[in-house]
Design a protein around this ligand. Sequence first.
Ligand code: H79
Length: 466
Amino acid sequence: MKTIFAITFILLLPVGCWSQADLSHVPQINETKEQRDERMQWFRDAKFGLFIHWGPSSVTHTEISWGRDAKRPMDIHNGESPSEQVERYGHDFYIPADLYDNLYKYFNPVKFDADRWVKTARDAGMQYIVFTAKHHDGFSNYHTGLSDYSIANTPFKRDIVKELTDACHKVGMKVGLYYSTRDWYHPAYLVGDNEVYDAFYRGQVQELLTNYGEVDVIWFDHVGGRDWSKWKFDELFAMMYEHNPNLIVNNRGARFCGPSTPEDKGPASPEIEKMTQGDFVTPEGRIGKMDLAQDWESCIHVGKGWSYRGEGGFKTSEECIKMLVSCTTGGGNLLLNFGPRPDGTFTDAETEVAMAMGQWLKTYGDAIYGTRGGPYSNGQWGGSCHKGNKLYLHVFEWPADGLALGALPAKVLSARTLTDKKVNVSQDDEGLTVKLESSDQDTPVTVVELTLDQTFAPGTLVEKRP
Ligand code: H79
């Protein structure tokens, strides 16, 4: 009897452990719609953020993590080593792993100035910054008590995350930290039951949420490993929300977990599934499809890659402005990525994009910040967004006989462009026709502001004109 009791107790123990984390403060599974709207408001209003990918790989102009040539854990490319993919990604893409893993000894960004980075972001009109605290290569850009592979052991020594978060807090810039759960350096990553690595990365996230003041966003990037049972996501989320009840988390906390292997039993509970879906989805390298029902943020790099890859191959400021417009009208945000040089400065091309966008936003910011996407479906022609009783039409391409749009749930009282040109609007039951002299059109986008006799709810979509 005693033995049976003991066996039962032992069998129940792991289940008991699973349910020990207190999830009562985790918003994704507890909050009301009103509480969610309140928590997400600054993010929805912001529209435009700066992503920064940086680390020792910049020293050799190598793509962060992906340029490290070594066999990777089984979660990607069927265990192929990167050089076996050279056909696909080119011969100058990879450097040997032992070289990559020693680049930190040469990482000495003496011109790094966090205040300057934040000033550039502000001048660009960006409302938040997300910085790589640790990428898949396992290098920590901050002083961590849990690994020697960090900025503390470079010639530079200074805690970059600390200086950057301080600089953001000083001027009220929201700040997010990118943390790759995937780790190609840590010897225990996905080894055995993954217990050691799982505790390590949770510890690192805890350091980030304890030592740097308020962190507004945690931006996870893939876990790998497939098997849900290798990760204690309940403890992770309970811990994160103990530190900051307002934290916003992306949708990659459990990205790549199941269902794909026989061992994978799926998420341990519906709550774990729900909370790891996070708060917003993350179309990468492309503009998200119009979606007014869920929060989203497109991340797109201005240069050739995520991290510094030399002085060529940058997008133009006009392309970047159009990307911001398309994200805004589609109901999402743009997180535009810069990859600083190994000396700590942004490239000239990035600085120019930042200045041009800031300049553009001085005139057009009213039609971006604080708006909500729609009511018209966006596309090649442009798109729309609204705020209060203003409806903004962002037009890339004008049809010769004017822009024909579907019927609005409000009456148009007046119309002008944001550069104060006269716009001709006719409205009937079928919809709106908007006309503008071609000499009055602006590049890369004309913004028409319509003043309406009433407001309408976010998420409203208007049918195409019959
Ligand atoms: O941090 C950035 C990327 O490094 C990371 N997410 C963003 C925000 C990322 N993780 N996984 N992936 C991106 C997808 C991998 C894409 C790749 Fe490729 C395609 C890897 C190999 C082929 C591009 C081309 C990178 C290497 C070659």
